[in-house]
Design a protein around this ligand. Sequence first.
Ligand SMILES: [Fe+2]
Length: 256
Amino acid sequence: MLIDLHNHTKIGSWDSKLNPDETISLSKERGLDGIVFTEHDAVFGFKEAQSLSKKHNFMVFAGIEVNVEDGHVLVFGIDEYNDSFRKHKTLNQVVQDNNGAWIAQHPYRRWKPHPVVLQTSDWDNESENAKALERAKKVNLFEISYSMDVLNGRANIENNEFSLDLASELGMYYTASADTHDEIDIGKVATYFPKNISTYEELIKEIQQGHTWPVDLTNGSLTNYKDFCIIPNDDELVKIWAEIKKNRVRILEEQN
Ligand SMILES: [Fe+2]
């Protein structure tokens, strides 16, 4: 199933031009099987999502995009918000207490240097990126995150690559999300779930287990990785996930 886990509407996100009904209609039209509304630091509402789901006969859930100290995370399974969530350790506890899940988002925004702004005559993009990656690897938010969006529909190839490098170095599972704010964003990327999902609990369980795969539905305008432009078969995915898990165990052992 193809689900976009990251959608903003003008009801709860000042920077979005979309209303929920048009997001759902276009998501359906563009081949998605479900979406999650995730406003900035605000609840969309489980009940609101449920009634939209009925109205449109389409899978709709509600999460939150929380702005924590060192970046943004998408949170699933929480139907409340307060400012204490801005501390990622507090948020992590709330997520665990509610058997929810979170996914780290667009780390390049905070952690990758942007040469257009910082350009100097001796700017070496490659080495600056490598240094930035080393800095990001030591950020506790990422160390404790289990999954990372490695394809963001509004990012460029270089930025998405930074997310993928960081996720790979930390042994994280991969997801993708369009981060919709405008009609053009809808359906550009989605997270593939091999399992048939029909409830929010099922979706959260799959995210918790990392049984996800990022898919670029634009045919490669967002990534150089061909594997993200296709949906691998289930056997291949099981092998990939086992490899990620092995990596994560090794990295955690090295950290301790
Ligand atoms: Fe967002």
